[in-house]
Design a protein around this ligand. Structure first.
Ligand code: ATP
Length: 891
């Protein structure tokens, strides 16, 4: 028999809990809830965290959201007769940063409504404690250390689109960097946003939901197609993005009468984006003014173009396979000592230069540091002692720095002088830049250290921050407090003597304050002026009027002391804030020298050479190595390979020099090293254009305008594209945007479709690249038929990755040599991977059949001959002997 259920509370219908505050009569609410709802009405799109005692609490719908997102228990609080219970989720006030960071990372805006007065004042006046919004946290406007990634910028971007033209502004509020640009072609806007990976993008709209925040992946009719949906978007009113308002805001903020000095008077869309961004920063920072550096303009044409796929394929900041930092180019090259240097190196790698002067300046500095080991080592040792002065000065400027921040800044400022002394001998541009540390920064550093105690507490309102001898009033107050405390210490001795009770004690608790305690057995020895306050099992507790008087003095003196310390501290912080922009200037120079000293260190220990950089088309690398694979394999295991690409005469593309083609067809068995070689050439070119030395014995590298890669094949499920369509899109992009100055790296084009279609496309793409675009190209393929191209196009050459064939296995030599591979060893690779012997045997039979019945007839499209003379050096004397139509696999 089933057990009978006992009638209990769970049989009652659950009490309805109110989760919607949008349509309620506020007059029915208690003053606190009424205020909560009023604040929420001002910030409908943010989660409102409202200070109640030691907690930040959320009510109504926000309570449900926070409970779900943070996996916190949702409870409820009584909301009055009409409403019943109101949904509530709270977090302890000391854990606010952690929880709000988690919410912001999930793409929410968080409004922090904190108490702005001492609760005891409100209690004394019998009214509600005053609370105000202190911060609006959004993904792009974070400044707190614990919410940011040290070695990565946190960019806030703003976009204005007008037809095919666009303006983009971006800023890192924590470091003050502020840039704008303007260009045409919306695909360039997509590329630029993907490079920046902004945490939040502002877009002007006429959406009804102004100030709404679209979380990554959220759809909206207000998002233009060119805006990647992997970012957070804030929908803003168009007003602040109008040219008049935006220009005025920029002028007012930076105290200028014209935008000409900032170089953006002829960039109306860039100005509009920048103005809209500034307004948003003002709007979100509330209590804290964030000083941004004067706006700088830039042009996309100033940098090597790397599209999103190429950045991903070259694994610049993370690996393709599992998205980790370990195994990326940044991992292999980052020897920076400071967080500022780490951020700068990341920026450099994502934005290599095309200006030879800029590259040479960096190379000169690395060369100087490579040659001078003691200076390099001293410099790096000193850099390790310098904190993130870029972000610290930002927090000082915005009034959010605590005493520890200020002390870290002070110590770093003093070390800047030492850094500059170490660099004093240098003649290269970046070493010279750090020789110019203004002397007042060192004075400021000393001033901070003279004012603050050695290890100040985290909180700045609890005292214990300022050294003695700094402020006479503070010293006097401390002395008085000390005297009173001493009186308390002495009290125990004197009262023991007076009462004759040897174990009499003076104690303190929160409820009664100071008291005198004696064993109950000795209670009759208590003098007349003792007033009994509490009786415990074995103890009696007393107060005296003198003791209470001292207690009041001690407690008020402590409050006064804390307030005075806070005041002195904020004055000190303001004094330092006046120098914030100078500090940020020098921080830039420190970051750059940190990157270059790290690159010099790599150059020495990994044996890199200084590449010769010039205008032209040649890419010559003697014994190049893959910078990441080399480090993963360990010393001596990587097999170096040389590269020689790029015709001498770009106009006719008829290089007579052997092995100096525009396009290399690279064949070789699976796992022989084709992809590695391909990426190696791309990475060497890329790091050469950030000014670094490169992993090779010798290198002469012409500047590239773009590096394109098409590597591997992955479905793009997010956009619903198949593997093959992704591959074709990427290939189309290369063919439509590549130039003779580009470097194109193609790995296995045409594999995602039927073999014949794939081969046909691969052939046609290679032919187009070699003849029409004449880009420097490496084309790795398993279609050995493509080797035939070299016999009809003089700017195409065949290379193969060597393997040694043994009786029962193949040995990978990883050596790239001229000539085309004749076999793929794909079946052998399958055998090594563990395919069953029956499958392997059958595969060999099938291959035999296919080989017997297929052949390829060769030729080029006829119109190539008319457009460009291509010499035929296939040695058969059939110069220019083309057939009309490419004819593959004719039987
Ligand atoms: N030059 C080299 N020296 C030493 N090891 C190498 C070298 N090149 C490649 N390797 C090693 O060989 C492995 C396979 O290389 P890679 O992926 O480039 O082969 P692949 O020819 O592109 O193969 P598949 O055709 O199957 O894609 C690499 O992970 C690396 O460890």
């Amino acid at each position: 028999m089933a057990p009978r259920r006992k009638a209990d509370q769970s049989d009652q219908p659950p009490k309805k809990i109110c989760t919607d505050c949008t349509n309620i009569d506020k007059n029915q609410l208690s003053p606190m809830y009424k205020h909560y709802v009023e604040v929420k009405e001002q910030y409908p799109n943010a989660l409102l965290l409202y200070r109640v005692g030691d907690f930040f609490e959320c009510f109504f719908q926000d309570a449900v959201t926070i409970s779900r997102e943070l996996e916190l228990v949702q409870t409820s609080k009584e909301g009055g007769k009409e409403l019943g219970r109101i949904a509530m989720t709270g977090v302890p006030h000391h854990a606010l940063d952690r929880y709000s960071t988690m919410l912001v990372e999930k793409g929410y805006a968080v409004a922090i409504c904190d108490q702005v007065e001492d609760a005891s004042v409100a209690v004394a006046e019998k009214r509600m404690v005053r609370r105000e919004i202190q911060k609006l946290l959004t993904p792009g406007t974070l400044t707190d250390d614990g919410m940011l990634t040290a070695r990565r910028n946190n960019f806030l971007a703003a976009v204005v689109i007008a037809g095919e033209h666009w303006g983009l502004a971006y800023a890192d509020i924590s470091t003050g960097e502020f840039f704008t640009t303007q260009s045409s072609d919306l695909s360039n806007l997509t590329l630029e946003l993907l490079r920046l990976q902004p945490s939040e993008v502002l877009i002007p709209t006429n959406a009804p939901d102004i100030n709404g925040l679209l979380r990554p992946g959220e759809q909206s009719e207000y998002l233009a197609d060119c805006l990647p949906n992997s970012f957070c978007y804030s929908l803003r009113s168009q007003k602040s993005f109008t040219l008049i308002e935006a220009s005025q805001r920029l002028k007012d903020t930076f105290g200028v009468t014209s935008l000409e000095g900032m170089g953006c008077s002829n960039l109306p869309l860039g100005v509009r984006a920048a103005g809209g961004l500034l307004e948003y920063v003002e709007d979100t920072q509330k209590a804290y003014q964030v000083p941004l550096q004067p706006l700088k303009t830039y042009s996309l044409a100033d940098y090597l173009v790397l599209d999103h796929q190429s950045r991903r394929n070259l694994e610049i900041t993370q690996t393709v396979r599992d998205g980790t930092f370990y195994g990326s180019l940044l991992w292999a090259l980052d020897r920076t000592a400071t967080a500022m240097g780490g951020r700068a190196l990341r920026r450099w790698l994502l934005q290599p230069l095309i200006d030879i002067k800029g590259i040479t300046a960096r190379q000169d500095t690395i060369a100087e540091l490579v040659d001078n080991t003691p200076v390099r080592e001293d410099l790096r040792a000193m850099l390790k002692k310098i904190y993130d002065i870029e972000r610290l000065s930002g927090r000082v400027g915005s009034g959010t720095a605590n005493a520890r921040d200020l002390l870290a800044l002070g110590e770093s400022l003093i070390r800047l002088t030492d850094l500059s002394a170490i660099a004093s001998y240098g003649t290269s541009p970046y070493l010279k830049a750090i020789q110019k540390v203004p002397p007042e920064l060192e004075q400021l550093g000393n001033f901070i250290i003279d004012n603050l105690v050695e290890s100040p507490p985290q909180h700045i309102k609890d005292g214990g921050l300022i050294r003695g001898g700094i402020n006479s009033q503070l010293d006097e107050m401390r002395q008085r407090l000390e005297d009173d405390r001493q009186w308390l210490t002495n009290l125990e001795v004197t009262e023991r003597e007076r009462t004759g009770v040897s174990n009499l004690k003076v104690g303190y608790n929160k409820t009664f304050g100071y008291y005198i305690s004696m064993p109950r057995s000795k209670a009759e020895q208590a003098p007349d002026n003792y007033q009994r306050k509490q009786t415990l099992t074995n103890e009696e507790r007393y107060i005296t009027s003198e003791l209470k008087e001292k207690e009041t003095r001690i407690l008020t003196a402590k409050d006064d002391l804390n307030n005075l310390e806070y005041e002195i501290f904020t004055q000190l912080r303001e004094k330092v804030a006046e120098k914030a922009s100078e500090i940020r200037q020098i921080a830039k120079a420190v970051a750059a020298i940190d990157v270059l000293a790290g690159l010099a260190e790599i150059a020495v220990y990994q044996n890199y050479c200084r590449p010769e950089i010039f205008e032209g088309r040649e890419i010559f690398i003697l014994e190049g190595r893959h910078p990441v694979v080399e480090q993963s394999l360990g010393d001596g295991f990587f097999v170096p390979n040389s590269t020689n690409l790029g015709c001498k005469d770009a106009k006719f593309c008829v290089s007579t020099e052997e092995n100096n083609p525009d396009l290399i067809i690279l064949t070789g068995p699976n796992a022989s090293g084709k992809s590695c070689y391909l990426r190696q050439v791309g990475l060497i070119q890329l790091i050469a254009q950030i000014g670094s030395f490169v992993p090779a014995t010798e290198a002469k590298l012409a500047i590239c305008d773009r590096i394109f890669t098409r590597v591997g094949a992955v479905d793009d499920l997010a956009t619903g594209q198949s593997t093959f369509m992704v591959e074709m899109n990427e290939t189309a992009n290369i063919l439509n945007h590549g130039t003779a100055q580009s470097l194109v790296l193609l790995d296995e084009i045409g594999r995602g479709t039927a073999t014949f279609d794939g081969l046909s496309i691969a052939w046609s793409v290679a032919e187009y690249l070699a003849t029409e675009i004449q880009a420097r190209t490496i084309f790795a393929t398993h279609y050995h038929e493509l080797n035939e191209l070299a016999s009809i196009l003089t700017n195409v050459a065949n290379y193969q990755v060597m393997v040694k064939e043994m009786a029962d296995k193949i040995i990978f030599l990883h050596q790239v040599i001229p000539g085309g591979a004749s076999k793929s060893y794909g079946i052998e690779a399958g055998r090594l991977a563990g395919l069953p012997p029956t499958v392997i045997k059958r595969a060999k039979q099938v291959m035999g059949q296919i080989e017997k019945h297929s052949k390829i007839a060769l030729g080029l499209r006829t119109n190539i001959q008319q457009r460009k003379p291509i010499a035929n050096n296939n040695g058969n004397g059939n110069k220019g002997d083309f057939i009309e139509q490419l004819d593959i696999f004719a039987d």
